[in-house]
Design a protein around this ligand. Structure first.
Ligand SMILES: [Zn+2]
Length: 147
């Protein structure tokens, strides 16, 4: 009996593989999982792992996400310190509540990509921080003036 692909429903092309090594990529880092087995569809390329392989593959993926979160926490902390910002000042600049940065840096929450991107930009061009504070002050004055 031919096995049916769950993705494209082709019955002809499912072939068995054993002890293969898969590489999972996430956010610029990668991890290798060896000794995986299952079925591969020759028509669409979809892979169906055996139960044990599926579990190991998923665990490795989770590990990679955790590792990335940890690296991002460290990066955020390093850049914040380099800029001479307290956690509260950094949160005031990017939003997310007054304790947002202590949560990011403890790995309890993931910052929005916009926050990470802003910090990476400020890492390369720290002098732009002055511009941010200057324009924040201006917009506050404008608000007060408009009342
Ligand atoms: Zn298929």
């Amino acid at each position: 009996m031919a096995r049916k692909c769950i993705n494209c429903e082709s019955r002809k092309e499912m072939t068995r593989f054993d002890h293969e090594t898969f590489t999972i990529e996430h956010g610029g880092s990668q991890i290798e999982v060896a000794g995986l087995s299952g079925w591969r569809c020759g028509a669409c390329g979809e892979v169906e792992f055996d139960a044990d392989s599926a579990r190991r593959y998923a665990e490795a993926g989770d590990q990679l996400v955790l590792r990335e979160r940890e690296q991002q926490s460290k990066e955020i902390r390093r850049i914040r310190r380099k800029l001479g910002l307290s956690q509260v000042a950094a949160a005031r600049l990017t939003g997310g509540g007054h304790n947002a940065f202590s949560r990011y840096e403890r790995g309890e929450a993931m910052p929005m990509p916009a926050v990470v991107n802003l910090f990476r930009l400020l890492d390369k061009r720290p002098e732009l921080l002055k511009e941010l504070f200057r324009s924040n002050r201006k917009s506050k004055k404008a608000k007060v003036g408009s009342f």
